[in-house]
Design a protein around this ligand. Structure first.
Ligand code: NAD
Ligand code: DAU
Length: 339
């Protein structure tokens, strides 16, 4: 298969690129990424040496560029990771979230329609379901839970999901959607909770916990998410949504304290809460387990230890981000457009 991966210079997309290259020696991977502040070519350094991998610096909202790439590459499938993904940034500036996450998805769907691409997979999020109360541990998000979004980010992702399902119903575009809980692991941009806390502790900066730290997230090691997407891509039913999560619920304070314990340092400070802060996410993954045989393989304690080790042994990767030099890297290496 030739698989087009958008957003492959980001956290989960980058891990997915390596998942495919390592697991399927016969597959080719075409990556399309705008290299926003969250995109990092240093993440793809090894992939760029692989003849089975091609990189395009392009914006998924640019119809002409997307059309050119689809015409040239003729992918068998497209997996859309490209997005503005940080909730706090969406509260500060919603516009770019709507543009990339909704309009960009439509541009890709149109390209898939025009080129008869055999599969479009949308990487969505559990945040489209809104949140669950903290005092009802018996409740979980299923694929039937109504969409009920809280932030401009989640509203943009829910809008994209509706568009994807509309293309299936109206045009018969062969689509699937996955809605996953919070991921963690290597190459996670250090503005998100886990990498922010690890890198801050290592640099002697305080660890800012929003509110009281009682909000709950359902953590999944990124490789388990990649495996789920791969299974859906190869065996999922068209027009279906699959929830992905590993029943690994932790309060934010528990997560941050676990990082402090692993590193043996870090000063927790409680700061002003996020506006509209979702209380609890918790996924019921029984559909993907039943239909596709997916199960998470990494326990949270093991995954967190692995993640902390990765940040300890890959200091240059995140130090370049914090210093800003990762932005200069692709200009130096490639100048403008890359193909
Ligand atoms: P990320 O912010 O780390 O990476 C996003 C990537 O998309 C970056 O490489 C960026 O350069 C690229 N991008 C942004 N706008 C683009 C555009 N207009 N054109 C082309 N490329 C563009 O995000 P992530 O955490 O890896 O998330 C990837 C996807 O998974 C997103 O769609 C997100 O909604 C979804 N998701 C994330 C999580 C999580 O915990 N991180 C969980 C569930 C779902
Ligand atoms: O659930 C899936 C979602 O998980 C994805 O769709 C998003 O793209 C991804 O960013 C993530 O969203 P969250 O808002 O849950 O992740 P974040 O890392 O920003 O925050 C996790 C929790 O930690 C949340 O309750 C807010 C809290 N937090 C976050 C930061 C950055 C803090 O307490 N302090 C912080 O400094």
């Amino acid at each position: 298969m030739k698989i087009l991966v958008t957003g492959g210079a980001g956290f989960i997309g980058g891990n997915f690129v390596y998942y495919l290259l390592n697991r399927y020696p016969g597959d080719k991977v075409v990556c399309v990424d705008k290299l926003t502040y969250a995109g990092n070519l240093e993440t793809l350094e090894s992939a760029l040496q692989d003849p089975r991998f091609t990189f395009y610096k392009a914006d998924i909202t640019d119809r002409r560029d997307v059309e050119e790439i689809f015409s040239k590459e003729k992918p068998d499938a497209a997996v859309n990771f490209a997005a503005e993904s940080h909730v706090d940034r969406s509260i500060g500036n919603p516009s770019v979230f709507l543009k990339t996450n909704i309009f960009g998805t439509q541009v890709l769907l149109d390209a898939c329609r025009r080129h008869g691409t055999a599969r479009f997979h949308q990487v969505s999020t559990d945040e489209v379901y809104g949140d669950l109360p903290l005092d009802r541990p018996d409740l979980f998000f299923t694929e039937e839970t109504p969409l009920h979004t809280s932030s401009p980010y989640s509203a943009s992702k829910a809008s994209a999901d509706l568009l994807v399902l509309a293309y299936f119903r109206t045009y018969g575009t062969p689509v699937t959607i996955s809605r996953c809980s919070n991921n963690y692991g290597p190459y996670h941009f250090p503005e998100k909770l886990i990498p922010l806390m690890i890198t801050s502790a290592l640099e002697g900066r305080p660890l800012p916990v929003y509110g009281t730290g009682a909000n709950v997230r359902d953590w999944l090691y990124v490789e388990d998410h990649c495996a789920a997407i791969d299974l859906i891509l190869r065996g999922g039913r068209l027009g279906e949504v699959y929830n992905v999560g590993g029943h690994n619920e932790r309060t934010n304070l528990q997560v941050v304290q676990a990082i402090v314990d692993l590193l043996g340092k870090g000063e927790i400070v409680f700061v002003k809460d996020r506006a509209g802060h979702d209380l609890r996410y918790a996924i019921d993954p029984s559909k993907i387990e039943r239909e596709l045989g997916w199960t998470p393989t990494v326990r949270f304690e093991d995954g967190l230890r692995r993640t902390v080790d990765w940040y300890l042994t890959h200091r240059a990767w995140w130090e370049h981000i914090l210093s800003g030099s990762y932005r200069r890297y692709y200009h130096k290496m490639y100048g403008g457009k890359i193909s």
